[in-house]
Write a protein that binds this ligand. Structure first.
Ligand SMILES: Cc1cc2nc3c(=O)[nH]c(=O)nc-3n(C[C@H](O)[C@H](O)[C@H](O)COP(=O)(O)OP(=O)(O)OC[C@H]3O[C@@H](n4cnc5c(N)ncnc54)[C@H](O)[C@@H]3O)c2cc1C
Length: 523
């Protein structure tokens, strides 16, 4: 993951790439891994950092989607459960088996959810993570000590996957590189090139960190830019109808004591007819989410007050320790790249739009993929590469990702320390810390993150800004936004030394980060 070296090569590159992938979120990174591991010459360009947009702002579930089963979307659930199984096997350092408990307050809920979740287990088949079972009231309380006990009759427990989204994105970038791909962040595609026959034949790209621009020629050009796919589609054909309707989802992060145990809570029907989760994550609990149609296509979406209030109210109804605004350690918003149907019944409700992905080939050969879920990124990538090969009539090589181990692969990691998240790299980071006593120091008294991890993130994981480190390499921004602002000057100083930047750069980085982090702090 040597950005400067790769950029130098790209700027002077005259080769014809088999695959040029635009976008470094879950979808684009999955495609780069798929294409490179099949043996195709692949490059991926990301305009910001890997997973900067939607892919670092998920609920962090690797799931079939109990809600989609409620909606009768069985095909989508089966696909996602199968992918959940592959991902749990290929990235065991990042995906863990999580117990979810549905508290029952009405007599019919226990049999109803037991039957529904048994169906969920049956659909998972051999890939199942554990059996769904009814629970007695006292066992529910033992599992979630803070659950609202008034009128509680019992519960149902089921299993799903839980993961760290931006860490998986970084590991996918590394996996792509290990399979021969070139992957760079902070490079924006601002034009598509076409050949004499009107077919898309390359891209014009700008280096947003060090300046300069370059063109790349390729056979398959893949538009995997999430909510931004319409910008690229417009570069291909200005007349094309918009494909994406963004829907905002907000999460609140609070202390783990609000659940009181290691199990997650699932509310199957909130007052607006959605599901809501309270999921333990790195010693915190993530509460969410919402589903609000929005019109702004931005990298830093902002939570609306009504979304925050809705989550606090709903959580307060199901927990005895009721979270207040002052308890919120971080609020983050993400935009779902939902593929818009031609017409939906109610323009104000994006929860009715299917979460399945949309894959298209334009007349000029541009391949666009959007929608879907983190859980299904691998399958989406396989289908995209297959379609691109067919469209361009390239020699077909079969997909290898069903069993391809993702960088960091480590079975049964000891999750008692934050650094388990690095999987097989954990040991290397420990060695790095031993090589220089200053690397072992912490970034903040209340957190395990070390100086060595910042050095590692710069040297091995292509982190180039304070935001890259604090938001997506270590997850400080998401775990405690205020504390992360305190860490920023130290991180900037370490990075400046590693990247040979001056004091000006350091100060500018801290200013930028502090400004950005304000949106993650509830006042
Ligand atoms: C609130 C919320 C909760 C969710 N929870 C879950 C969950 O628990 N489990 C699950 O499976 N899924 C979940 N999802 C869905 C999942 O997060 C998304 O489906 C997935 O992250 C989308 O990835 P993507 O790569 O398509 O988009 P993105 O992550 O947005 O990536 C697109 C990338 O393209 C880049 N880009 C744009 N334009 C250009 C350009 N011109 N040049 C270069 N790069 C460009 C952007 O910077 C961006 O990084 C959730 C989504 C939301 C919003």
């Amino acid at each position: 993951m040597k950005r400067e070296e790769y950029i130098k090569q790209l700027k002077s590159s005259e080769e014809i790439w088999d695959f040029i992938v635009i976008g470094g979120g879950a979808t684009g990174l999955g495609i780069a891994v798929d294409a490179a591991s099949r043996g195709y010459k692949t490059v991926l360009l990301e305009q910001s950092d890997f997973a900067k947009a939607t892919s670092s702002r998920s609920t962090k579930l690797v799931h079939g989607g109990v809600r989609y089963l409620q909606n009768g979307d069985v095909g989508l659930v089966v696909e996602a459960l199968r992918e959940r199984g592959y991902l749990s096997k290929n990235a065991p350092h990042l995906v863990k088996n999580q117990r979810f408990i549905i508290g029952n307050y009405l007599w019919w809920e226990k049999p109803f959810y037991t039957i529904g979740l048994t169906m969920y287990d049956i659909l998972a088949g051999r890939m199942g993570l554990g059996h769904s079972l009814p629970m007695r009231k006292k066992d529910v309380i033992k599992s979630i000590p803070q659950i609202e006990q008034q009128n509680l009759k019992g519960g149902v427990v089921y299993h799903d996957g839980q993961f760290d989204d931006s860490r998986l994105a970084v590991n996918l970038a590394q996996t792509a590189v290990e399979n021969g791909a070139t992957v760079v962040n902070y490079v924006r595609v601002s034009k598509l090139l076409k050949n004499a026959g009107g077919q898309v034949s390359g891209v014009f790209a700008e280096d947003l960190l060090d300046g300069g621009s370059f063109t790349l020629n390729g056979q398959c050009i893949i538009n995997a830019t999430g909510i931004f796919v319409d910008d690229i589609i417009k570069m291909d054909n200005a007349e094309e109808r918009p494909l994406v309707r963004p829907s905002q989802g907000v999460h609140l992060v609070v202390d783990k004591s609000f659940l009181g145990g290691d199990d997650a809570i699932m509310v199957p029907k909130t007052s607006d007819g959605r599901v809501m989760f309270g999921v333990p994550w790195h010693n915190r609990v993530i509460l969410g989410t919402t589903d609000t149609p929005v019109k702004n296509f931005v990298l830093e979406p902002k939570a609306l007050d009504e979304e925050v209030n809705f989550i606090l109210e709903t959580a307060g109804r199901y927990l005895t320790k009721k979270p207040q605004r002052k308890d919120v350690l971080c609020v983050f918003a993400g935009l779902r790249p939902l593929a818009a149907p031609k017409k939906i019944a109610d323009e104000t409700k994006t929860k009715e739009i299917s979460r399945s992905h949309k894959l298209l080939a334009s007349g000029s050969g541009l391949i666009t993929i959007t929608g879907g879920k983190w859980t299904t990124y691998r399958f989406m990538a396989e289908e995209t590469v297959d379609l691109a090969l067919k469209t361009k009539e390239l020699p077909f090589k079969p997909c290898r990702t069903k069993t391809l181990k993702i960088h960091g692969y480590k079975e049964k990691p000891d999750r008692s320390k934050w650094s388990y998240i690095y999987g097989s790299d954990q040991e290397k980071i420990l060695q790095l810390q031993k090589s220089n006593p200053s690397f072992a120091g912490n970034l903040h008294d209340g957190f395990e993150f070390t100086v060595g991890e910042v050095v590692w993130a710069v040297r091995e994981e292509m982190a180039r800004t304070v935001d890259d480190v604090l938001a997506r390499r270590v997850r400080a921004l998401f775990l405690d936004a205020r504390a992360s602002v305190i860490m920023a000057p130290k991180v900037a100083a370490i990075m400046a030394k590693e990247l040979q930047k001056d004091k000006n750069w350091e100060e500018q980085q801290v200013r930028k980060y502090t400004e950005m982090a304000k949106a993650y702090i509830l006042s």
